[in-house]
Design a protein around this ligand. Structure first.
Ligand SMILES: *[C@@H]1O[C@H](CO)[C@@H](O)[C@H](O)[C@H]1NC(C)=O
Ligand SMILES: *[C@@H]1O[C@H](CO)[C@@H](O)[C@H](O)[C@H]1NC(C)=O
Ligand SMILES: *[C@@H]1O[C@H](CO)[C@@H](O)[C@H](O)[C@H]1NC(C)=O
Ligand SMILES: *[C@@H]1O[C@H](CO)[C@@H](O)[C@H](O)[C@H]1NC(C)=O
Ligand SMILES: *[C@@H]1O[C@H](CO)[C@@H](O)[C@H](O)[C@H]1NC(C)=O
Length: 954
């Protein structure tokens, strides 16, 4: 019995010992760390840990969880704790879940090295300022780690150590806004469990590693908003990350296209690619994705916007051809974009080829003919790589394709032979592959300097031999071929030299002007000056406007009908201002220069009275002279007289002239709006107004215009008006066409000026619209004078009157003439059908013979037709062009040189012109900083004619 009791006591004691061990003995090491942790805090009371208790596991301390006397969790999220963590924190070796997020922990993050049980670690939103290099060593169980929003290693930044790669169970890694630098490590792409990778708001650079294409489980990838220049390179790799649901790449510098196979990301609901430098078209497959949110704004995406039903989407700004989803690009634009895609979207062209009309605005390297069809592609030496697109064959008005001196590969597409107006195809100095398709003999094909074509036997490439034969004939095409690269001393380069320097004469003033205005490289300005002196016409006739023009003629206001016209204008110009603000460049929409008033002050000698060219209703026109001697005309609206009407006209000129560009419409070179200053800068037309040459040639001691010149002028005006009416893709009505608004260049070719009264034409079905009556008596169509209704036919009437003036040398209206002949149009109608009377009415300054009389009769008939009483009986300007063109042809045995390849001379923006001029000079300056994508200027040549014209009488 005593023996039994002893035994019982023994058992009891053992049991007691056992129980007490289980209940009270927290691992002393863990206890020690917890105490140190508490000690490091400034506000430990928030933990509510019982003081004097040494058994966190046994007495269930708040926020601490244990298992077998070991601490496994500490959960103190959002308690407002302040302080540091003990450096030996990683001795809590059984820790598997740590919630330290959203406190104010600071100081060094202790190493977590060796925490092999740790699965979840939330350390985000604290103030930890350093992370040790071995932090990630041996975290073999880690599944989720978040260090977001900690100022870790702020001065040097830090990168993710490779040791994290051993955490093979990692599913979520969130390291946002914690000063990561360098590249995204490759191993992250190979982590087979990783579903969420958030690295936003760091300072990462480089590309998305190629290894990411292997990541078949990654769903959330946030790499957005890296500071500095951010992540770069192509985003092609994303197309194979098939599990992606959220892809945020915005706020970086990614380039290249959106991969066309992005449609295979069938789980993608949220795509943000905005604020990068992506180019190309939006892949159609994007529309098939289950996207709820899509952001593409602020890239350089082109082409149409696909139709989509994404609930949230942002597209603008970009370089789309249309702003409405689903609206297709114009066929010419589509073809050119295909071309661009096949040469891998060079940024320079991408930023220039915007909008839906290559002929409006100035598309670098693309030139248009007078009917707004692309007739020239000239991208010599543009560092293009890639291949030639068969779509170019759709640009059926092409006459010149010059792609020499690039790195193009692949063959010339066989359907390029279908380009029936093609005269020149220059692909010299590339890596073009055979076979060369067989072009007709009228095409000059230049193939030199393509090593793969060298080996081809002449028989297999007939064009090669063609080119050398046709090159020796004085055929128009060889004559007009653009300058060859200076590097290749081929036959053709020599042939074209003389032509080249002619081109230079034309382009240099424009180039000088731009260089000067943009304050670029003093060297270039110097060089430009030098060149200019050599080639520039030696003198200019300064007065563009006929001073004796009876412009005084009243402009009456019949009604105050306001209409859509003006508000449209105002809108469009405020848009322009917005876009200039965004780009921080001094350039509006289509490339018109905003010029500082100071510059214009300087070039006009502070608007000196001796530089005054004319004075009118709302301003004074001054002659300006640039440093290099180039003359310009500056129309200045004076502060005192700024009226709503004057401002409207000012805005109208800018709006119209920046929308329409045509060889026969005068160019606005720039404008200034500063404070009360309103200035317009025009090219200078040396020979002044047509009226001067028709009516005042004697007193001005000029030569009377020959019939041939008059015909040419009539055709030029008809073409300019035709463009304005319809081909500018928006109908414009001039409202004030008259001989004093037609300006003549040194070549006696004409341009229409004075767009202050231009109206956007009526939309859609409407045929005419009511406006305030403006314009000049004598040229006013009857229905306009009576009802104020305008249509394009109002302009046709005025054109008819101009034709009568060309025929008779009489002004449209002259109060001093007897009543019968006072109104030219009325009188002309009475006499035009009698050959005899017509003969006597013809301008005596004309030398009329049988042959001229024949064409004179045709013009007389056209003039009558154009001035028919009923607007609908008048022809449109296209008809006038069709009547005039053959007559001009007849008077010119050779096709007018300036007519056909105008694209080369007239439409080439700055860089290209400078390039052409360097080539001509055989110099090899590099103007890489002359970024023309930002600052292409209205590139009309002609010796900088003044065409202000509307100063008077307004
Ligand atoms: C952070 O900075 C500390 C001290 O400057 C340095 O020892 C440590 O290696 C850095 N961390 C990383 C991950 O580079
Ligand atoms: C080809 O041209 C594109 C566009 O200019 C450029 O981004 C790319 O780097 C070029 N490729 C090569 C291999 O030069
Ligand atoms: C073509 O590419 C090569 C190498 O990519 C380069 O060295 C050469 O300058 C390029 N040529 C032209 C004309 O761009
Ligand atoms: C030229 O070929 C391409 C593809 O080969 C085709 O899409 C295009 O319609 C062709 N163009 C013409 C004008 O034949
Ligand atoms: C190409 O032709 C030129 C002149 O005909 C010759 O000098 C050169 O060796 C040729 N090159 C090749 C690769 O055939």
């Amino acid at each position: 019995m005593g023996k039994n009791r002893r035994k019982l006591v023994q058992v009891f004691t053992v049991a007691l010992c056992f129980v007490s061990a289980v209940l009270s003995t927290t691992d002393p090491g863990d206890l020690n760390i917890l105490n140190e942790f508490k000690k490091g805090l400034q506000n430990p009371e928030l933990l509510k840990w019982p003081s004097g208790d040494n058994d966190p596991c046994g007495s269930n301390w708040p926020h601490v969880f244990c298992s077998a006397n070991r601490v496994t969790q500490i959960q103190v999220a959002n308690l407002g704790l302040k302080g540091t963590l003990p450096s030996n924190f990683n001795q809590l070796t059984m820790l598997y879940n740590l919630g330290f997020q959203r406190n104010q922990f600071s100081g060094a993050l202790p190493s977590f090295s060796g925490l092999s049980q740790l699965q979840f670690a939330f350390l985000d939103y604290n103030q930890f300022d350093t992370i040790p290099f071995d932090f990630f060593d041996g975290l073999t169980s880690l599944q989720v780690l978040s260090l977001d929003s900690n100022p870790l290693n702020a001065t040097t930044g830090w990168s993710i150590p490779d040791k994290l790669g051993d955490s093979v169970q990692l599913t979520n890694l969130s390291l946002m806004s914690c000063n990561l630098v360098g590249q995204i490590p490759d191993f992250l792409g190979t982590m087979s469990s990783l579903k969420g990778l958030m690295l936003s708001y760091n300072n990462l650079s480089g590309g998305i590693p190629a290894t990411f294409s292997q990541s078949s489980v990654l769903q959330l990838l946030w790499l957005n908003d890296q500071s500095g220049s951010g992540l770069s390179g192509s985003i092609d790799v994303i197309a194979s990350m098939l599990s992606l649901t959220q892809l945020w790449l915005h706020g970086n510098s990614f380039t290249g296209t959106i991969p066309t196979n992005i449609g295979s990301l069938s789980s993608l609901t949220d795509l943000k690619l905005n604020n990068n430098q992506l180019v190309g078209l939006i892949p159609e497959s994007l529309s098939s994705l289950p996207l709820q949110s899509l952001s593409l704004s602020n890239n350089m995406l082109m082409g149409p916007i696909p139709v989509s039903n994404f609930s949230k989407s942002s597209y603008f700004p970009n370089s789309f051809c249309q702003s409405t989803p689903g609206a297709p690009c114009a066929p010419q634009v589509s073809a050119l974009l295909d071309f661009l895609g096949d040469v891998n979207y060079p940024v320079k062209l991408v930023s220039s080829w915007t909008g839906n009309d290559p002929c409006q605005g100035s598309w670098l390297g693309a030139g248009c003919d007078s009917s707004s069809k692309v007739s020239v592609i000239n991208l010599r030496s543009y560092n293009l790589n890639g291949t030639l697109s068969p779509s170019v064959a759709k640009l059926d008005s092409l006459t010149v394709i010059n792609l020499g001196g690039n790195n193009l590969t692949g063959p010339i597409p066989s359907n390029w032979t279908e380009l029936k107006f093609l005269k020149l195809l220059d692909v010299s100095g590339n890596d073009i592959d055979p076979p060369v398709p067989k072009f007709s003999s009228s095409v000059k094909v230049v193939l030199d300097g393509n090593s793969a074509l060298n080996a081809t036997s002449p028989a297999a490439s007939p064009p090669l031999s063609n080119s050398s034969t046709s090159g020796s004939q004085p055929s128009p095409s060889s004559d007009r071929s653009p300058p060859s690269s200076s590097g290749s001393p081929n036959h053709q380069a020599k042939n074209s030299n003389s032509k080249t320097s002619k081109v230079v004469v034309i382009i240099v003033p424009v180039a000088c002007f731009a260089l000067l205005t943009l304050l670029i490289l003093p060297l270039s300005v110097y060089y430009c000056k030098k060149k200019k002196r050599r080639n520039a016409p030696t003198s200019y006739v300064v007065h563009p406007r006929d001073p004796s023009d009876p412009e005084n003629m009243v402009k009456i206001v019949v009604s105050n009908n306001t209409n859509g016209g003006l508000s449209t204008l105002t809108e469009s110009s405020s848009q322009s201002r917005d876009s200039s603000r965004m780009g921080e460049s001094h350039v509006i929409e289509v490339g018109n220069l905003i010029i500082s008033v100071q510059v214009l002050r300087n070039v006009t000698k502070n608007f000196a009275p001796e530089n005054e060219l004319g004075r009118g209703g709302f301003g004074v026109v001054y002659k300006g002279e640039l440093d290099d001697g180039t003359q310009i005309a500056v129309k200045r609206m004076e502060a005192g007289v700024i009226s709503t009407k004057a401002l409207d006209e000012f805005q109208s000129e800018i709006a119209v002239l920046s929308k329409v560009r045509h060889r026969h419409l005068v160019s606005l070179l720039g404008y200034s709006i500063e404070g009360n200053e309103r200035l317009l800068v025009y090219e200078y037309m040396p020979q002044g107004a047509l009226s001067k040459h028709l009516f005042h040639w004697k007193s001005l001691k000029l030569e009377p215009l020959s019939w041939k010149r008059r015909l040419n002028i009539a055709l030029d005006v008809a073409r300019g008006m035709e463009y304005l009416h319809g081909l500018a893709h928006q109908s414009f009505i001039h409202r004030d066409l008259k001989s004093s608004n037609i300006l003549i260049g040194d070549d006696y070719r004409a341009k229409i000026s004075d767009f202050g009264l231009v109206k956007f034409g009526p939309h859609g079905g409407e045929k005419s619209m009511a406006t305030r009556l403006a314009g000049t008596f004598g040229y006013l169509a009857p229905e306009y004078a009576v009802t104020g209704k305008i249509s394009t036919k109002t302009d046709v009437f005025s054109f008819g009157v101009v034709l009568m003036e060309l025929l008779t040398g009489l002004t449209a209206l002259d109060e001093d003439r007897p009543e019968e002949t006072r109104y030219l149009a009325a009188w002309f109608w009475r006499i035009k059908s009698s050959k005899e009377k017509l003969m006597t009415a013809i301008d005596p300054a004309l030398d009329v013979n049988e042959e001229t009389f024949e064409t004179i009769s045709i013009i007389a008939e056209l003039a009558g037709h154009c001035t028919a009483r009923e607007p609908n009986q008048r022809p449109d300007m296209g008809h006038a062009v069709n009547v005039l063109a053959p007559l001009v042809e007849k008077w010119k045995p050779f096709k007018d040189d300036t007519e056909e390849y105008s694209g080369i001379d007239y439409n080439l923006p700055l860089t290209q012109m400078v390039q052409g001029w360097q080539e001509a000079e055989g110099k090899d300056y590099s103007y890489t900083n002359l970024d023309d994508s930002k600052g292409s200027i209205p590139s009309r040549p002609a010796g900088f004619a003044d065409s202000f014209t509307s100063a008077d009488g307004r």
